[in-house]
Design a protein around this ligand. Structure first.
Ligand code: HEC
Length: 173
């Protein structure tokens, strides 16, 4: 008798699981399309420096990579994967010569941050952004989110550095 009850419970549980998962699987296509971050994380300008980088070529940008407290702590402790709540910001500017600085140096040698080009973020939320390695990607130009189409390249490229949890930038001591 006890066995039958147990079996019945098991069957009911299974039925429950099927009914719960069936609607979810209908949305399989939705979850395959990555979700992007569309709001600028507040306070990013006060975050701490992870490193700086310069891209030549068409980008010709200079940038600072900053981390919020969760990201900085993970970096300093060498903790991988990055915990939920970690946010990394990349602030990009034009890479321009500074006539003002060159004057005092007496020769052309100074390059500084020009006008901002974009701000990019990677926001760690392993549940929400499970489809893109746990990271939500974001680009803002003039404070406005970039088009969804332009965001499709982020994950496939960053996914090439799985060993560092999709993050390229190393901590500059
Ligand atoms: C072709 C490869 C490629 C694509 C596509 C790409 N990235 Fe990156 N990303 C890099 C590399 C390489 C770095 C490190 C060098 C640098 O900072 O310029 C980087 C750095 C970053 C960083 C700083 C954290 C880190 O991983 O070092 C953020 C944030 C970022 N990218 C966001 C984005 C977003 C958002 C997109 C999509 C719009 C994107 N990236 C598309 C290659 C790529």
């Amino acid at each position: 008798m006890k066995r039958i009850t147990l079996l019945l419970v098991a069957v009911l549980m299974l039925a429950g699981i099927i009914t719960f998962t069936a609607p979810a699987s209908l949305h399989a296509d939705d979850s395959a399309t990555p979700i992007f971050v569309t709001k600028i994380p507040p306070g990013y300008r006060d975050w701490r420096l992870i490193s700086v980088s310069h891209e030549a070529g068409n980008l010709n940008s200079i940038g600072a990579v900053l981390g919020n407290d969760v990201a900085i702590q993970a970096y300093r402790e060498g903790k991988l994967p990055y915990p939920d709540g970690a946010i990394i910001a990349a602030l990009h500017y034009g890479h321009v010569p500074s006539a003002e600085n060159n004057k005092v140096f007496g020769q052309a040698q100074s390059f500084v941050a020009g006008p901002p080009t974009n701000i990019q973020f990677m926001v760690k939320d392993s549940t929400k952004y499970a489809a893109t390695g746990g990271w939500g990607f974001a680009t803002f130009i003039d404070g406005k989110p970039a088009t969804a189409a332009s965001m499709k390249s982020c994950f496939p490229c960053h996914n090439q550095v799985k060993a560092s949890d999709l993050v390229f930038t190393h901590y500059a001591p």
